[in-house]
Design a protein around this ligand. Sequence first.
Ligand code: ABN
Length: 179
Amino acid sequence: MTVFDKIIDWMDRATEAGARSVAHKSGRRSFLAKAGLGLVGATVLPVLPFDRTFGGAGMAHAATQTSDEFACDYWRYCALDGNLCNSCGGTLTQCPPGSEVSKVSWVGTCRNPDDGKDYLVSYNDCCGRAECDNSPFCNSNEGERPGYRMGLHNDINWCMANASQGYHCTVAALVGIAE
Ligand code: ABN
């Protein structure tokens, strides 16, 4: 055997060993095993538990406080979209003199951070007077949905059913505990 034959022989064996190694790693069985793993993953992944609410409708979790009812982050205003009546001559639950409470309202669910309970809060607009400009305009929208979800949208003048539909301010009355 010449030196040339030996080199050719060595190249043959090296090529065969390489081909066997590639075939072993990327053979049909290896491919099927990987594809099967992928299929199992794709089937199982969607049923794994994860938060599907995407921060949407539900209980209030935003940071709120319980001491200053003249500030927008007071816990009871978690879904209030309007002026605070207690800054306009009324109280947390009573309309200012000369205005009347709306016949319809938006009900939100707010968590009181002091006791950890969820309360139903009725936001009624006070109607029949010009808009109060003595209050910050609060715009908290816990649980709100876009306007096309009728009944789940709070950016609405609730004076619509009153004889005098001018919007003045909004009160926030507790109407129950959410179960
Ligand atoms: N509910 C308060 C309000 C009044 C008019 C327009 C938007 C929101």
